[in-house]
Ligand binder design. Structure first.
Ligand SMILES: C[S@@+](CC[C@H](N)C(=O)[O-])C[C@H]1O[C@@H](n2cnc3c(N)ncnc32)[C@H](O)[C@@H]1O
Length: 136
Protein backbone atom coordinates (compact mmCIF):
# COMPACT_ATOMS: atom_id res chain seq x y z
CA UNK A 1 0.00 0.00 0.00
CA UNK A 2 1.45 3.41 -0.91
CA UNK A 3 1.11 6.53 1.25
CA UNK A 4 -1.90 7.89 -0.68
CA UNK A 5 -3.72 4.58 -0.22
CA UNK A 6 -2.87 4.59 3.50
CA UNK A 7 -4.37 8.08 3.93
CA UNK A 8 -7.47 7.02 1.96
CA UNK A 9 -7.92 3.96 4.17
CA UNK A 10 -7.51 6.17 7.23
CA UNK A 11 -10.09 8.67 5.92
CA UNK A 12 -12.62 5.90 5.25
CA UNK A 13 -12.06 4.39 8.68
CA UNK A 14 -12.58 7.76 10.40
CA UNK A 15 -15.62 8.46 8.25
CA UNK A 16 -17.15 5.23 9.55
CA UNK A 17 -16.26 6.13 13.14
CA UNK A 18 -17.97 9.55 13.09
CA UNK A 19 -21.59 8.35 13.58
CA UNK A 20 -20.44 5.84 16.20
CA UNK A 21 -18.56 8.51 18.15
CA UNK A 22 -21.36 11.07 17.72
CA UNK A 23 -23.70 8.59 19.40
CA UNK A 24 -21.29 7.62 22.17
CA UNK A 25 -21.24 8.38 25.89
CA UNK A 26 -17.59 9.46 25.58
CA UNK A 27 -18.36 12.34 23.19
CA UNK A 28 -21.64 13.13 25.05
CA UNK A 29 -23.09 15.27 22.27
CA UNK A 30 -26.36 15.85 24.15
CA UNK A 31 -24.63 17.74 26.96
CA UNK A 32 -22.17 19.36 24.54
CA UNK A 33 -25.17 20.80 22.67
CA UNK A 34 -26.45 22.18 25.99
CA UNK A 35 -23.17 24.03 26.56
CA UNK A 36 -20.80 21.53 28.22
CA UNK A 37 -17.17 22.00 27.11
CA UNK A 38 -15.38 18.98 25.65
CA UNK A 39 -12.00 20.26 26.84
CA UNK A 40 -10.28 18.62 29.78
CA UNK A 41 -9.12 20.60 32.82
CA UNK A 42 -5.45 20.18 31.85
CA UNK A 43 -6.20 21.50 28.35
CA UNK A 44 -8.06 24.53 29.74
CA UNK A 45 -5.11 25.22 32.06
CA UNK A 46 -2.60 24.91 29.20
CA UNK A 47 -4.64 27.30 27.02
CA UNK A 48 -5.23 29.99 29.61
CA UNK A 49 -7.28 32.91 28.27
CA UNK A 50 -8.30 32.23 24.65
CA UNK A 51 -10.79 35.03 24.06
CA UNK A 52 -9.72 36.90 20.89
CA UNK A 53 -6.96 34.40 20.05
CA UNK A 54 -6.71 32.84 16.58
CA UNK A 55 -6.52 29.07 17.06
CA UNK A 56 -5.80 26.38 14.49
CA UNK A 57 -7.00 22.97 15.67
CA UNK A 58 -5.39 20.11 13.74
CA UNK A 59 -7.15 16.73 13.42
CA UNK A 60 -10.23 18.23 15.03
CA UNK A 61 -12.51 15.19 14.44
CA UNK A 62 -16.10 16.54 14.43
CA UNK A 63 -15.06 19.75 16.06
CA UNK A 64 -16.13 19.55 19.68
CA UNK A 65 -12.87 20.96 21.04
CA UNK A 66 -12.74 23.57 18.25
CA UNK A 67 -16.29 24.65 19.05
CA UNK A 68 -15.62 24.60 22.80
CA UNK A 69 -12.80 27.10 22.15
CA UNK A 70 -15.09 29.16 19.89
CA UNK A 71 -17.64 29.30 22.74
CA UNK A 72 -14.87 30.81 24.87
CA UNK A 73 -14.42 33.63 22.34
CA UNK A 74 -11.53 32.28 20.24
CA UNK A 75 -11.49 32.56 16.43
CA UNK A 76 -11.07 28.93 15.45
CA UNK A 77 -10.25 26.89 12.38
CA UNK A 78 -10.46 23.09 12.54
CA UNK A 79 -8.80 20.75 10.05
CA UNK A 80 -9.50 17.06 9.53
CA UNK A 81 -9.07 14.49 6.77
CA UNK A 82 -12.52 12.96 7.35
CA UNK A 83 -15.22 14.59 5.24
CA UNK A 84 -17.91 13.08 7.49
CA UNK A 85 -16.24 14.60 10.55
CA UNK A 86 -16.01 18.02 8.89
CA UNK A 87 -19.63 17.77 7.73
CA UNK A 88 -20.82 17.18 11.30
CA UNK A 89 -18.49 19.89 12.66
CA UNK A 90 -20.02 22.41 10.23
CA UNK A 91 -23.54 21.30 11.18
CA UNK A 92 -22.77 21.77 14.88
CA UNK A 93 -21.19 25.16 14.19
CA UNK A 94 -24.38 26.31 12.44
CA UNK A 95 -26.70 24.73 15.01
CA UNK A 96 -24.83 26.33 17.92
CA UNK A 97 -24.57 29.68 16.09
CA UNK A 98 -20.76 29.79 16.36
CA UNK A 99 -18.28 31.17 13.86
CA UNK A 100 -15.61 28.47 13.60
CA UNK A 101 -14.27 27.47 10.19
CA UNK A 102 -13.70 23.87 9.20
CA UNK A 103 -11.45 22.61 6.43
CA UNK A 104 -11.29 19.05 5.11
CA UNK A 105 -7.73 18.14 4.17
CA UNK A 106 -4.79 16.00 5.10
CA UNK A 107 -3.11 17.76 8.04
CA UNK A 108 0.22 17.42 6.24
CA UNK A 109 -1.21 19.65 3.46
CA UNK A 110 -2.73 22.27 5.79
CA UNK A 111 -0.62 25.14 4.43
CA UNK A 112 -2.10 24.54 0.96
CA UNK A 113 -5.64 25.01 2.32
CA UNK A 114 -5.25 27.49 5.17
CA UNK A 115 -3.30 30.71 4.66
CA UNK A 116 -4.05 32.67 7.85
CA UNK A 117 -1.61 33.07 10.73
CA UNK A 118 -2.53 31.74 14.18
CA UNK A 119 -1.66 32.56 17.77
CA UNK A 120 -2.02 28.94 18.85
CA UNK A 121 -1.83 25.64 16.96
CA UNK A 122 -3.45 22.81 18.88
CA UNK A 123 -3.79 19.07 18.48
CA UNK A 124 -4.77 16.65 21.19
CA UNK A 125 -4.84 12.96 22.05
CA UNK A 126 -5.36 10.31 19.38
CA UNK A 127 -3.80 12.28 16.56
CA UNK A 128 -0.09 12.08 15.75
CA UNK A 129 -0.11 8.27 15.73
CA UNK A 130 -1.93 8.44 12.36
CA UNK A 131 0.87 10.40 10.68
CA UNK A 132 3.82 8.76 8.94
CA UNK A 133 6.05 11.83 9.33
CA UNK A 134 5.68 14.81 11.69
CA UNK A 135 8.15 17.09 9.89
CA UNK A 136 5.71 18.43 7.24
C1 LIG B 1 -8.97 10.34 17.76
S1 LIG B 1 -9.55 11.54 16.61
C2 LIG B 1 -9.15 13.03 17.42
C3 LIG B 1 -10.01 13.15 18.54
C4 LIG B 1 -9.91 14.50 19.19
N1 LIG B 1 -8.74 14.55 20.03
C5 LIG B 1 -11.17 14.68 19.96
O1 LIG B 1 -11.15 14.55 21.15
O2 LIG B 1 -12.22 14.93 19.34
C6 LIG B 1 -8.30 11.53 15.35
C7 LIG B 1 -8.67 12.43 14.17
O3 LIG B 1 -7.53 12.53 13.34
C8 LIG B 1 -7.99 12.62 12.00
N2 LIG B 1 -6.89 12.31 11.11
C9 LIG B 1 -6.20 11.14 11.00
N3 LIG B 1 -5.25 11.26 10.08
C10 LIG B 1 -5.33 12.52 9.57
C11 LIG B 1 -4.60 13.24 8.58
N4 LIG B 1 -3.59 12.68 7.91
N5 LIG B 1 -4.96 14.51 8.34
C12 LIG B 1 -5.99 15.11 9.00
N6 LIG B 1 -6.72 14.46 9.94
C13 LIG B 1 -6.39 13.19 10.23
C14 LIG B 1 -9.15 11.64 11.95
O4 LIG B 1 -10.01 11.87 10.85
C15 LIG B 1 -9.80 11.89 13.30
O5 LIG B 1 -10.85 12.79 13.21
Amino acid sequence: MNEAEMFETNRNTWNAKVPVHADSEFYDLANFRKGKSSLNKYEMEAFGEVCGQNILHLQCHFGQDTLSLARMGAKCTGVDISDEAIKLAKQLNTELKLDAKFVCCNVLDTSQFVSEKFDIVFTSYGTIGWLPDLKP
